[in-house]
Design a protein around this ligand. Sequence first.
Ligand code: BF8
Length: 656
Amino acid sequence: MAEAEKKSIDQATIEMITKAAKDECNIVFDRAETMRPCPIGVEGSCCSNCAMGPCRVPLPRGKEETPEEKQKRRGVCGATAETISARNFTRKIAAGSAAHSDHGRRVTHAFLDIAKGEAPGYEIKDEQKLLQLALDLDVKIGDRSNNEIAIDIGETLLNEFGKQEGELLFLKRAPLKRQEIWRKEGVAPRGIDREVVEAMHRTHMGVDQDYRNLLLQGTRAALADGWGGSMIATELQDVMFGNPSPVASQVNLGVLKEDEVNLIIHGHEPQLAEMLAVVSQDPKMIEYAKSKGAKGINLAGMCCTANEILMRHGVPIAGNFLQQELAIVTGALDAMVVDVQCIMQGLANVAQCYHTKLITTDERAKIEGATHMEFDDRNAVESAKAIVRAAIDNFPNRDKKKVYIPPQKTDLIAGFSHETINYLLGGLFRASYRPLNDNIINGRIRGVAGVVGCNNVRVTHDDIHVTMVKELIKNDVLVLQTGCSAMACAKAGLMVPEAAAEYAGEGLASVCEAVGIPPVLHLGACVDNSRILIAATAMVKDGGLGDDISDLPAAGAAPEWMSEKAISIGQYFVASGVFTVFGATWPTTGSKEVTDFLFKDMEDVYGGKWAFEPDPIKAAKLMIEHIDKKRKALGIDKARERVLYDMEMRRELDAV
Ligand code: BF8
């Protein structure tokens, strides 16, 4: 147990690591011990983009490098460490942007299928958001039906992927000053696919060999993610499946049930998950489950798909990224159903140690050893039923001796979309960010932080997220979360309103208590980081906090990041004006120039910059310092010092 305790702060995870060892099942935490990171790759100093290499150009260790030595530190083609580092960084952005955007594309196709009546079982659920989107995109409303409007919206947005010239349409949602910066720097994305393709072209052997120019394209590809592919995904998912609103649920492996068929949906795109949520409650399916000896069907989520169906239906979450194999280790998981992204190939091996059926559902993501049951949104009900039946059929195969479900499960409130925050703060008829801005200006809330991203097995699971977020809220910083980071903090009990009194500073707690919200708000999956961009823009537009995102007392972080998507997210946040701190590891340490460009020079242009700080308290302090710097620039630093909580102020808050 002692060894397992070093690997996670989450008791359920610790117990399952121990159980896996007892069951002689090899899991990610074991593989991380035998597979150490390559010391040259980890600093971004290895180029494998042609067959003359791979070339390794690491920084010399233990001594200062002379200019002559630096001149010679090149790959076979002559590429400098700077070029190699910037190429690698840009390729990570391209891959991350491609992942989010291909998700957005698939969602757009599903949206069109629904609008055309070709996807029975689904419907346009959020008319209000549909009409808002039509207004934003200049799509005619008139007396047309929702489906007619939706077809035009779907086709307009589908065109964003293959567009060759012009600018992505959602860029217009950003503050005007931000749009001008992007245009002046030449980083306004023209079309989503074009920017990803161009990033891959420029990083090919012998093309772009100026690190600044490479990073410029990286920025363009990243913006094509945040203000393009991810934003399209979020918007259309909300219209199809409903805009999230506050919903109570539970999180952690304890949501699995010993006497029911346990089915976990893991991955990212919500179309299948939405249908599983319906089909798993079908009385005929429940009857079928009973015929196999189960008391019912228990659907739970894992990773970002979990966030999607949590936000809209309150479906419980079994765990975050590093818990995916551990759900199988309970011995009580009858089917693990996966689609795309963040799905460990190790699942197939772990499933062999138990009875779990691993089911792949997307033609883009097959895994050797898994059963492939392709999901088709045009035949969604039947596809979903077949998958649920497979899970039920597997229930009798459980080896009861191997079943142990850890008891941990924590309550949480999720469902904080941009629109919900607007309503909660301002009321349905005067929805606005005004009360938030006012409370920032008067200093009760010091600032806002987006803490997002993955788990990384190289650091103690969940610890960095939870420690950072506790430090932020203690210092009156309201925290917005997505992805696996949100789950880490939810497990730690930070996503219930009572957490305000227990963990938040007095100012933040007083606002949370008045509004009835937790100090840490769950905004959804990783594509929903686009909600944070929209929320930040709404704060700017409401006034009093400057005229650009970079003026806001705000910061971002991904303290346990591991995925290329996180790098793309970080880059689009920085290019949108946000100071962004990453933990765990930093992929350009092999080049001082590239690192300086990202950590310093970008601020001169974009008002946002990167930082790397693996210590969560120090990282939180960097974020708070940045927030205070922005407060000072806005002239609201004095207000914070003056804050005193008399009865009148309390009453004022209660009236919010
Ligand atoms: O998109 S936070 S581990 S699940 S990459 Fe993956 Fe990271 Fe989790 Fe979702 Ni995001």
